[in-house]
Design a protein around this ligand. Sequence first.
Ligand SMILES: [Zn+2]
Length: 72
Amino acid sequence: MGEPTNQKPNRGPSCPICGRPAVQDARPFCSRRCADVDLGRWLKGVYRVPTDERPEDDEAAGPGRRAEDDDA
Ligand SMILES: [Zn+2]
């Protein structure tokens, strides 16, 4: 994490990962590493959404249905 900052202090967009000024080589990130991190997060999120919603929905539907069934 000690990369030499050879980039010029431009006023472009800042890296969404670490907040450093982005470089043309890896815009809008400050480095390819951050770009990779962002990509990984994005992919993880995409895969996580359906995987995380399943158990959550199951749990909510479990007790919810029972109460409804009991009421009706
Ligand atoms: Zn960065």
